[in-house]
Design a protein around this ligand. Sequence first.
Ligand SMILES: [Fe+2]
Length: 178
Amino acid sequence: MIERDQLKDLVPHGYAEEDERKLDTRDVNYKQRKKGLVTMSQIKWSDSMSVNNAVLDAQHKEWIAIYNRMDNILLHGELGQLDNAVIDAFKAMQEYASYHFRQEEEYMEEIGYPDRVMHKRMHTDFDDQLYNYSKEIRRGDLVLGTEVMSILKNWLLNHIMREDQQYCVFLTQKEADA
Ligand SMILES: [Fe+2]
């Protein structure tokens, strides 16, 4: 189970200050980076994120890796190639989220988790959100910068560490009662 103070360390804070501190003003891309085209905030896997299921844990790790790759592209990518790289990275995030959600929903069904309908709705809403972002990024109406990355990061952490923990707690309790 996650304690509140553990969560505090994982959820991003002080984004602006962190970005400013790490930016190198000698970098030729500094102005672009300063405009918020990049983030500097990776997610680190922690055992407290575990849902006590090896397959789903591995999927959560992969999902985090995809997020981190996206963050890396924004930080180190060549500006001329950034658009395509960002579109590809975002597509990977979208596809993996969708794949993982279906697997997790099957698992919740299998274990008889009573709040699975509500949980599934959260997945669907996030799927929709990713779809809309993706559409806007392709059209050039949205820049994938600190704001969107921060929203994605918060969602991932909050979902894995709070919502997904609920089915984990349920199963532990169910097994203890059996
Ligand atoms: Fe979930």
